[in-house]
Ligand binder design. Structure first.
Ligand code: IMP
Length: 177
């Protein structure tokens, strides 16, 4: 079992303040429209829930689960769909809600899936944008935080299924075996 130290990167208050800000921007842009939020499981579950609460307007929700083959914390471009879109997307305004956009492979595949179903519009909201690690160019329309480096956990985000339950976001440092 690996050992880790962690340091707070974003406090609970900082996260909720930023999520409220994102919700205000999204409400302003979509109020009165037929908005479908598609969350990318599993890491998005806390962010998605807070975002929908702060949006405080009628929206429809659906979830997808995608896995990319890779080793440990590294992603690869080979993305597999474990759970696809169930709601009708045709003619709808769709907002993809991601926890982290890292290499961009996951969002890229998802945007292509949604485009193939003839959505009226597609935008992306990410709690964390790791732009420096991007391998494929994907548009992010609403960004919570930009993170330059490091692996982050908490507020739904995991390392090997650990640390999801924290209310803060931490940077994780491996200290050895
Ligand atoms: P991408 O396809 O490389 O953009 O992968 C994005 C996915 O990788 C996110 O939805 C997360 O599940 C995972 N991920 C990337 N970086 C981190 C991190 O720092 N902490 C936890 N999960 C991460």
């Amino acid at each position: 079992m690996k050992n880790f130290t962690k340091e707070v990167l974003f406090s609970k208050d900082a996260i909720l303040g930023r999520v409220k800000g994102l919700a205000e921007d999204i409400r302003r842009d979509y109020y009165g429209k037929d908005l479908l939020l598609i969350g990318v499981l599993n890491g998005v579950f806390m962010f998605f829930s807070d975002l929908v609460k702060y949006l405080d307007m009628p929206v429809k929700v659906d979830f997808v689960r995608l896995a990319s083959y890779g080793s440990g914390a590294k992603s690869s471009g080979d993305v597999r769909v474990l759970k696809g879109i169930e709601m009708s997307v045709t003619g709808r305004d769709v907002l993809v809600v991601e926890d982290i956009v890292d290499t961009g492979y996951t969002v890229d595949v998802l945007i292509k899936m949604i485009k193939a179903k003839n959505a009226n519009s597609i935008k992306v909201c990410a709690l964390i944008d790791k732009a420096e690690r991007r391998m494929v160019d994907v548009p992010i329309d609403y960004t919570g935080f930009a993170v330059e480096k490091g692996f982050v956990v908490g507020y739904g985000l995991d390392y090997d299924e650990q640390f999801r339950y924290f209310q803060e976001i931490y940077t994780l440092h491996e200290t050895g075996v």
